[in-house]
Write a protein that binds this ligand. Structure first.
Ligand SMILES: [Zn+2]
Length: 367
């Protein structure tokens, strides 16, 4: 039997908080705080600050700029994320069936949300399952509930080009249909997350009992307070929202009102990020990699939160044990899978340390 010894600070997540240990061992792929018996072969000592593996709840494994990608490319995406310490991914929608990833011990743990559900011409091309009839949403959400790993992704709003110069981002679904859809997913054992940029999409999502909000750029203070009260987390995807000014510029000539809408959200993005935290909303770490954003940028997204005013110790908690607890996956409890990252410097003091993992250990194996 060979054990890997960790020293320094090992952070064991316990729901919303964490316990510090000075020493830990990895034995047979599992973490233990009980010293292995004498005579055990002791491998490399890894000294530093050990965190439970980072989480990316919005990384589209299996999606490229032109839609579904090959298994080989999807595996490369997952390996790229893994190199940054991301060891647990919820994909937030993928056009590829990536269930095979579950059989690859070398790839991060993956929680699939199946295909995005949208309407024709109301989302990025080649990506979503497009429903011609809005009334088909509940049946599609029920079906997707069984197809993924306990999550369904719905596109709640997108640019509606039907109003010419007056076009803006607006909801895709009547509120009652959306509510039926969320209920159908829940009845079939899945939670629901929603893509949303606009203000108008938020009340129907909250009323429908959505479980999670992606982007959430249209949320006002009351809606943020309501999300906090209901324990609905938000994935702020700041690297994506940083692109809103460019989206506005690109659309300004044809869709001036859309451009105005996107610019307003762009300008208040940091203030909104702080409002989420001040209101007690759980932030979820999401890179939105796979479309226009490359894989492997989660540490940059987290540094962006700090630049926006979230204290680094909070960011570390949100990106590791708190996200893991929300997804129902362990965070270095005694006997749990050794999915961990070791850093020389403490990312709770300096978030840039997340860019420089000293070692990444997945299922007990150093990768
Ligand atoms: Zn996305």
């Amino acid at each position: 039997m060979t054990a890997l010894r960790l020293t320094g600070i090992i952070l064991e997540g316990r729901g919303q908080g964490a316990t510090e240990h000075a020493e830990a061992w990895v034995v047979d792929g599992r973490i233990t705080y009980v010293p292995p018996p004498r005579g055990t072969d002791m491998e490399t000592l890894l000294e530093g600050v050990t965190l439970p593996g980072l989480v990316d709840v919005h990384s589209h494994i299996g999606l490229g700029p032109a839609g579904a990608v090959s298994h080989e490319t999807a595996a490369e995406q997952a390996v790229t994320d893994r190199g940054t310490g991301v060891l647990l991914i919820r994909d937030a929608g993928s056009p590829s069936d990536t269930a095979w990833v579950h059989g690859r011990a070398d790839l991060p743990r993956l929680i699939r949300a199946g295909r995005h559900l949208a309407r024709p011409r109301r989302y990025l091309p080649h990506l979503a399952e497009e429903l011609d009839d809005v009334g088909d949403l509940p049946a599609a959400m029920a079906r997707n509930a069984g197809a993924g790993d306990g999550w369904v992704k719905v596109v709640a709003d997108w640019l509606d080009r039907s109003e010419g110069a007056g076009s803006v981002v607006r909801p895709l679904w009547p509120a009652a249909v959306l509510a039926d859809g969320v209920a159908a997913a829940h009845e079939n054992g899945a939670r629901v997350t929603a893509h949303t940029f606009s203000h108008e999409a938020i009340d129907p999502l909250l009323d429908a009992g959505v479980d999670c909000i992606e982007h959430g750029t249209g949320m006002d203070r009351d809606q943020i307070a309501e999300a906090a009260r209901r324990g609905i987390p938000v994935t702020p995807t700041m690297l994506q929202v940083d692109n809103f000014a460019a989206f506005a510029d690109a659309g300004a000539a044809r869709f001036p009102r859309y451009a105005e809408q996107m610019r307003a959200m762009f300008h208040r993005r940091d203030e909104q990020l702080r409002t989420f935290v001040d209101a007690g909303v759980q932030l979820l770490p999401g890179s939105d990699a796979g479309g226009s954003i490359p894989h492997g940028v989660l540490p940059r997204e987290l540094a962006r939160w700090v630049a926006g005013g979230v204290p680094p110790a909070h960011v570390v908690a949100f990106a590791t044990w708190r996200a893991r607890a929300y997804l129902g996956v362990g965070a270095l409890a005694e006997g749990g899978s050794a999915d961990l990252v070791v850093y020389v410097d403490d990312p709770r003091d300096d978030v840039s340390a997340l860019e420089r993992p000293r070692a990444v250990v997945l299922r007990g194996a150093r990768v």
